[in-house]
Design a protein around this ligand. Sequence first.
Ligand code: NOJ
Length: 543
Amino acid sequence: MISNDNFWYKNAVFYELYVRAFRDSDANGHGDLAGVVEKLDYLEDLGINCIWLLPIFPSPLKDDGYDVADYYGIHPDYGQLEDFKQLVAEAHKRGIRIITDLVLNHTSDQHPWFQEARKDRASKYRDYYVWSDDPSLYSEARIIFLDTEESNWTWDEEAGQYFWHRFFSSQPDLNYENPAVQDEMIAVIKFWLDLGIDGFRADAIPYLFEDEGTNCENLPQTHDFIKRVRKFMDDNYPGRILLSEANQWPEDVRPYFGDGDEVHMAFHFPVMPRIFMALKQEDITPVKAILERTPAIPENTQWCIFLRNHDELTLEMVTEPERQWMWEQYAPEDRMRLNLGIRRRLAPLLNNNAKKIALANSILFTLPGSPIVYYGDEIGMGDNIWLNDRDGVRTPMQWDASPNGGFSSAESVYAHAIQEPPYGVETVNVAAASQDPDSIYHVIKRMIRVHKNNKALGWGDFAWARSTQADKVSAYLRIYDGQVLLILHNLTRLEQNISVELPPEASMETPIDLLSELTKGSVENQRLTIEVPPLGYYWLKLL
Ligand code: NOJ
């Protein structure tokens, strides 16, 4: 059963799940909700607290469901509302929460609202979207899908006007200046919360409003609307959360937390590429710099941090030279690049180096924020850069060594499971990983367990410790309510002997590494002397 703790998200581990890719319960070639139900025991055993489901609504799938054609249904490939209810009930039975994507900014052009709007200027739906005769309006707004879109305006022959869209031209933006649109979305929110879900991952929220002379991102009206949503949720559904997708600099994300009265959680986008920089440079400085630039957030809110997700590894929140460097280092082939990012999965990005993958996850699980695991990354799945757009990181989950990786028994499947070594189903699959005590799967499973059992990792304050070799071996403290943890990461390929100044609260004479449950290092005069193996990491309990 799920707890009745309204602050559950503060120390939860999330799992991002793509229904199409997860498990095909009826052998028709794509995953479905009943398939997710079949795999809940696996997720319970892995230990995650909350599933984030990628969009499951009826959709022409021009953007994999982020182009919604009906906010009140389930895509027929995935099942029906009854299957969804079943999934929520079965997940809750196992103590797992479910949040779904809430696509506020735009609909599909196939949505009946847009169909009506384009047909008839007098229709009440016309004003649900943003139209203009002049495509030079809002010219300061950047184009996000740079590889496919030339403008944020597209001419609609039937409407006889241009319509506004921040993403694909098949995704017209809704007009939030229209109170009717705001009310429609509150009704959508109510509908899904009434089905028992635990909250939403709010897609693309910086772009809800437009204002001439601005970059049309993070406008005050946007914050007002999100606050209205939050109030509606707090009044009627306490304990359900809003997780915002605002791919912005920390100082621009900070206002989304408001005074603890806007979103509960927000992704920390800029920290992600800096973890990859630190790993490659064998130096924690980039992560340190962005955390120093990150403002404090209200106590009832939380960051959400991740290494990879279903999109390209975004390089929007880095400088131009950093972007070029990241591309050179992590996307040497053209096909690995997309828009301002890199379309690869975690294991290939880290050359399938098990130690580096574990180290990256250890950073993820110990920085401030609740971590998200992207499906398949827990077993070190690979990608297929030959597929279109972001499909290469959305291939079927690899459950066993059978031809479709145990994902489906159909002959024809929506996408082939990865076959080629070293990431092919023959070797990379859940069955094999769970039998190998040294697999990345067991490493991550252990991190999830320890994270859940140590509140300092979710609730604790964060502070850098003073230490020798501080750039090469990061040393930080997580402190909460009588618990002090010292987290060490050796980013280098050499063993490092370091000495760390311990805070006055630290009282353990021989710190215990929570992951291995072994004592490590020695303490004298409030200093810890310790050897950290190449690419090694310790989560030391000091109090
Ligand atoms: C962000 C989502 O993560 C991405 O997959 C989608 O294409 C855009 N928002 C547009 O909805």
